[in-house]
Design a protein around this ligand. Structure first.
Ligand code: LP5
Ligand code: MN
Length: 238
């Protein structure tokens, strides 16, 4: 089988280049693979599935649905920006929301996919925030608020996050090596693929004497970026 892995597109009306690149990928390379895995932060932010007044959200959903209808499976692992993507959007876009993390079987090779934010365990302020907003009760209460109010809260939080990040070192915002090892151990030493840190690379972790690859996906900066499984090996592209 073949599969494309992408993450951190941060699609919004303010970045038409990424949208163009994504629509190009959906109408091009993605048609030639069996599966497309989106590992979070597809959107700059997602305020709820009822935010369909934004033409971009509809357009992206329809383009994904067209790809799914042509036979490419689409799996979505939520990021810290779009964890409120729900089943309504999933149905509209023809995608399946996957748990974070999820183990895939690629031609007999076990591959663990995650957004990656849960591995940044040194970022205590973020992890406390994450714990709160990932609770179903919190999400139900937040989604019950009017859409415009939700968007205002998110815009405020975005500003807060940008300020908070200035005070954090790059090390704090990277994955914690022990957290990576623990995850690899817990899933029986798979290959790991994640995004979030925007530091594309291929790492090899030695865990309990086992060598595990860790691929970090690139964010998109006006052009497409992916990791391709071609049935035999992984290759970053384009
Ligand atoms: O995404 P990125 O790389 O910029 O930053 C992340 C972490 N920040 C976030 C916040 C998001 O940017 C914004 C949320 C998107 C929408 C979610 C939908 C609904 C949420 C509703 C919320 C009320 O994820 C950043 C990490 C960084 O990755 C690197 O890993 O450091 O973490 C933070 O900045 C979090 C702060 O450190 C702690 C936040 C405490 C929250 C305090 C509440 C303030 C509310 C203000 C609103 C008026
Ligand atoms: Mn992220």
């Amino acid at each position: 089988m073949s599969a494309l892995f992408i993450a951190d597109l941060h699609l919004s009306e303010h970045c038409p280049d990424n949208t163009r690149a994504f629509l190009g990928l959906l109408a091009g390379q993605a048609r030639g693979v069996d599966a497309l895995y989106i590992l979070g932060d597809l959107f700059e932010y997602w305020a709820g599935d009822d935010d369909c007044g934004i033409p971009l959200n509809r357009e992206i959903g329809e383009a994904l649905a067209t790809l799914a209808a042509r036979g490419t499976r689409i799996g979505f692992v939520a990021g810290n920006r779009d964890f409120l993507v729900g089943e309504d959007f999933a149905r509209h876009a023809g995608l399946t929301i996957l748990a974070d993390p999820t183990v895939l079987d690629l031609d007999g090779r076990r591959v663990l996919i995650t957004h990656g934010d849960s591995l940044c365990t040194d970022d205590h302020a973020y992890q406390a925030f994450r714990h709160q907003v990932r609770s179903p009760q919190w999400q139900r209460a937040f989604l019950a608020r009017p859409l415009e109010e939700r968007k205002q809260v998110i815009e405020g939080l975005r500003r807060h996050s940008e300020t908070a990040k200035q005070e954090k070192t790059l090390d704090i915002m990277d994955v914690n090596a022990a957290a990576v090892d623990a995850l690899l151990r817990a899933h029986d030493y798979p290959t790991l693929i994640h995004g979030h840190t925007h530091r594309p690379a291929r790492h090899v972790h030695q865990v309990d004497g086992r060598a595990c690859e860790r691929w970090v996906l690139s964010d998109w900066r006006g052009t497409a970026n992916w990791l391709l499984w071609d049935g035999t090996e992984f290759r970053p592209g384009p």
